[in-house]
Ligand binder design. Sequence first.
Ligand code: CDP
Ligand code: MG
Length: 764
Amino acid sequence: NSSDRRVIDSIRNAESDFSVNAKKGSRLVAERRNREVHKSKMQETAELKGTAMGQVIGLKETGKDSARSDPETPDQAQHSESFEQIQAARKLLPAYKVKSELLRIIRDNQVVIVIGETGSGKTTQLAQFLKEDGYCNDGQSIGCTQPRRVAAMSVATRVALEMGVKLGHEVGYSIRFEDKTSHRTRIKFMTDGILLRETLMSSMLDKYSCIIMDEAHERSLNTDILFGIFKNLLSARRDLKLIITSATMNAAKFSQFFGAAPLFTIPGRTFPVQTVFSRHPVSDYVESAIVQASKIHLSFPISSGDILIFMTGQEDIEATCEGLREKLTGIYAKKKSRGSEAEELDDIDILPIYSALPADVQGRIFNSTPNKRKVVVATNIAETSLTVDGIKYVIDCGYSKLKVYNPQIGLDSLQMVPISMASANQRSGRAGRTGPGIAYRLYTEDSFFDDMYVQTIPEIQRTNLSNTLLLLKYLGFSDLISFPFVDPPPEQITISSLFELWTVGALDNFGELTKLGRQMAAFPLQPPLSKMLLNASMSGCSEEILTIVSMLSVPQIFYRPKERQEESDQARARFFVPESDHLTLLNVYAQWKANNYSASWCRRHFLQFKSLQRAKDIREQLTVLMERKNVPLVSSGSDWDVIRKCICCGYAHQAGRLSGLSKYAHLRNGLEMRVHPASALFGAGDLPSYVVYHEMLLTTNEYINMVTAVDPLWLIDYGLLFYNISRRKEEEEDQGLYADESPRSLKDSIDLAIERALMKKEIV
Ligand code: CDP
Ligand code: MG
């Protein structure tokens, strides 16, 4: 296919020139946003569903969730394969066939880059090979990092199954707030973020004999940072092996970075995939995907193969699954021309996969049922991290959801962006693993060439780095210029992230870590949250802030079933604390606790029991950490103003001032933002004059999620930002500028000062 060849050539020739890409990116994003304005209302809600506010209002929930069995105990019996079958399948994997050569090159070199087609057995086999080769003999472990939590869990489960051991014993996994390992664990799968944290505790990583950095081509922020750390670590620990696995892209770059480390390619065979572009631009890719999938299902025999659909996230995945079920039910009913409501979906298994799904549900994508067609609807996790066998048809929506940081205005937001050409080709390739396949692209060929980057921009070049820079400072890399980056972040992002760390008080005026900054680095939380927590211990409300922080770390607290929306909205409103969504979360938790953490109480009040349980679990882990770090746990009892003040302290740089009907102006950049209509703040009539918020989401509007009303005086106390204004006002007062005005309260003056500064855009 000549267009594919063109793409492959352009990938080969591609220079990761960020400035060019960035320019193209901002144009694309702008165009995309213009186009998005016209998107249907349905999609707008769909996008909101995946956000914290979506979680708060429980926009998307299925009743099944709460009834699901415990994800901690993946049911091995459920698995259809026998142990012998599994061993036989292992031996057929391309990686198995080159086992001895692979082990030899690893023995002879400290760093090896392993390249192989997705599904060749890199992730599941490498660690097992190393263990068999004796790398765990003197009690050391093999660590394998994954950029995604889902992959870490799923792969650990698979490897435990292949080795015939219980998950959490010899084979385990560790992701943030969830550690499924024990002293016996010798093969540990973890997110790259966990390994990065481990370097804080033990800079030599002594307990590992080998580290496999899997999916390195993904260029996740943490993987990139770990590369830099390893560059120094490897010379201090000559015995440590580093194995980097990657798809073809970037592999040469990694080799170069590690002093011409050898590349080892696992030979593998792939089958041709026919790509079919959409002839016209697609306005609603969820709808198109549903139509395409039903067409395939109805026109090709089930035995021809399964379908994999790429969507951007939980919301559109659930919408696609639901829509496809409805559509097929409708078609079947019509066919029978009875109009009966009977479900006829017994020839199809529609399975979602995204990170918030419980592990056992995720595992279902690997099971197959005879005489049924499997339709897996996934995020880009199925691009390379997970391999589902038997896929013949791929449907690609052409977008992914990315966290994008705008350093000019210092804002993080979630945006839908076109995927890169490399991703598009990777997605298509999923159809050709076991035989020739077809990939349906829900975008035009023009948009493939015009709207897509050749490769995805590494996360380090497009994300807020404040958390990472805090860690690096903590690790002693005081001079960031000298940090060995594979690709350095744009200077503007570094500066803006450092500025944010300075505004929260983690850095002093010389860019050195403050005492607060050191303490903040110890907590696996975003800087605003760790700051809030530390401040709370001094203000006497750390018990409460701990609960809030834990509740913010879990998805979906409120449950909103489709058929009982009104009822569940009323139930939710009963928990509202009118001045704060954060306090509303605290209220929910406190009442749940008062009801003995009961599951039936949750059901009665439309709350997600599992999410609350998880929040409780996170809370316990953070409590241990606080005790270890001598951070006192104190309760403010019924005084909720203290708590709000603490919330303000954490988010002082994310504040807004009421500037119209349910609109706020961002205090740092004047950006117009709306409080989500489901916020508790709408419960009490008038909106407060000043608020702080937890996160912002860019869709057709700038929505702010999780909002708390604050006193502007607190903003002055905590927001170094306003120091200039209050000073200027004093100066103006000294010059008699206010002499003719009637005496006003301090609060009014501040209000006025902020207003003037906003008008003049003088606030930094
Ligand atoms: O990492 P790589 O893409 O090279 O392959 P892998 O993830 O190790 O997958 C090797 C084989 O194991 C594939 O055939 C997968 O379908 C299978 N596998 C599985 O059955 N269940 C899992 N949870 C993971 C992999
Ligand atoms: Mg893999």
